[in-house]
Design a protein around this ligand. Structure first.
Ligand code: PLP
Length: 428
């Protein structure tokens, strides 16, 4: 029925010309602490301006928008085959927005392009970053190639070992990829001494990337989630979705996405949240996290550091503690102890609800999706698929009318180890 691919072909849905900044209606608690003074050393000026801005819209630079047009607008598709498999009645519908179609396979390229562009304009020579599952590192490597920057990626050891081909992809785009914790940084050396067998964590990898940027001239650090600016760059997703829905005359009952730091989900739902705040309408905004890293469902809403070494400023967020090291689940992109301040605030206000699933349940859902829709989802995205399927089945049982829209944040073509472990019954 609804395949918005057509709109892409006739060009009737455009790539947005602006980013949407939810800070125009939301007072997000600012970062605080001693480490605030390091921000100008690791981030470009324009990014820091975006971080604090209250402007509702910010123009997307033409060079960035042109790059986005390689893969945007991304399709909105009805999951007709999955619906059939789940025996859903006509008035229970599942639609998904395909962020897996970007050149590096996830939504992350949306902000990577913008950050590389800004850094290039401000004379940065090299960017450092961390990567969990490898999607962020891939996206930044690609964006750095495009905007002529060198790139060093600290990759969490668990993923470095589980996903060797992500590493190859990053190198192919010209990045230098290092297993974290590494002996390149003081902090990495210390962690290795204390615990040589550690599987690493995003918190540790962030500390290493930040240290590298702080200790070198013309080197900046780039973060793929959490920051207000990053969430804003991702709003191209939700803005397109709004237009696409308008064209097919659909009003969603629920918006579902997975959360690591919170950027794909925020970019997807933020353009809808202003109305929810104003009219208290019934749209159900659902964030899905892993039980192995339950930042919102089990964490505290308080100021905490963004990294393990306490080098970053403190952010007001849902957190499990900056030294929390989650089990090495295959959804490496969701292994972060905290959540974006914007998302945390919305969850705290009750505008977003959060559910958690364990690894087996999400692989079940991911495989059902692959078999019906023909797209192998990232294990991260499978969290959203699990919740969507459960909500649809519940609506069927209760004879409710419901349209659920899910953000498919990325594909899982580099996650074969996880799928293999699942099929061999080796999943923990
Ligand atoms: C990184 C990543 C996530 C988690 O990060 P967010 O900032 O919460 O979006 C989810 N899905 C995919 C495919 C990712 O690459």
């Amino acid at each position: 029925m609804v395949d918005i691919m057509e709109n892409k072909i006739d060009g009737s849905v455009e790539v947005p010309k602006n980013f949407y900044n939810v800070q125009c209606v939301l007072d997000v608690p600012p970062p605080k602490g001693e480490n605030l003074k390091m921000l100008p050393k690791i981030f470009p000026k324009e990014l820091l301006r975006e971080e604090m801005s209250k402007d509702k819209y910010m123009p997307i630079p033409e060079e960035v928008r042109e790059e986005m047009m390689r893969y945007r607008p991304t399709p909105l598709v009805e999951a007709v085959r999955l619906e059939k498999q789940l025996k859903l009645p006509k008035d229970v519908k599942i639609l998904y927005k395909r962020e897996d179609v970007s050149p590096t396979g996830s939504h992350k390229l949306n902000t990577a392009l913008m950050q590389a562009y800004i850094n290039n304009k401000e004379g940065t020579e090299r960017l450092t970053t961390e990567t969990g599952a490898g999607q962020w590192g891939s996206a930044l490597s690609f964006a750095c190639k495009k905007f002529e920057l060198d790139c060093t990626v600290y990759m969490v050891r668990a993923s470095f070992e589980q996903k060797p081909y992500r590493k190859v992809l990053m190198r192919l785009f010209g990045a230098d990829v290092v297993s974290s914790p590494s002996s390149r940084t003081g902090y990495g050396k210390k962690v290795l001494e204390d615990n040589p067998e550690t599987s690493g964590s995003l918190g540790i990898a962030i500390s290493e990337a930040v240290e590298d940027a702080l200790n070198n001239d013309n080197v900046h650090y780039s973060l793929g989630s959490v920051l207000n600016s990053v969430l804003m760059h991702q709003t191209v997703i939700g803005q397109e979705l709004k237009e696409q829905l308008k064209r097919i005359d659909i009003v969603p009952d629920a918006l579902v996405g997975c959360i690591g730091g919170g950027s794909n989900f925020a970019g997807f739902m933020l353009p809808f949240i202003e109305e929810k705040m104003r009219y208290k309408d019934g749209i159900d905004v659902v964030a899905v996290e892993p039980k192995a890293c339950p930042s919102i469902t089990k964490g505290k809403y308080e100021y905490d550091y963004g990294d393990s070494a306490k080098q970053t400023p403190m952010l007001k967020m849902y957190t499990l503690g900056h030294d929390f090291v989650p089990a090495p689940i295959h959804a490496g992109g969701l292994r972060y102890h905290g959540k974006a301040p914007i998302l945390s605030l919305l969850a705290n206000k009750g505008l977003v609800r959060t559910v958690a699933y364990d690894q087996k349940a999400i692989f079940d859902a991911g495989i059902a999706f692959a078999k019906t829709e023909g797209i192998i989802p990232a294990p991260e995205s499978s969290h959203a698929i699990r919740a969507t399927i459960d909500m649809a089945i519940e609506a069927r049982k209760k004879h409710e009318k419901k349209t659920i829209i899910m953000n498919l944040s990325g594909h899982g073509l580099f996650d074969m180890k996880g799928y293999e472990d699942y099929m061999d019954g080796k999943l923990k």
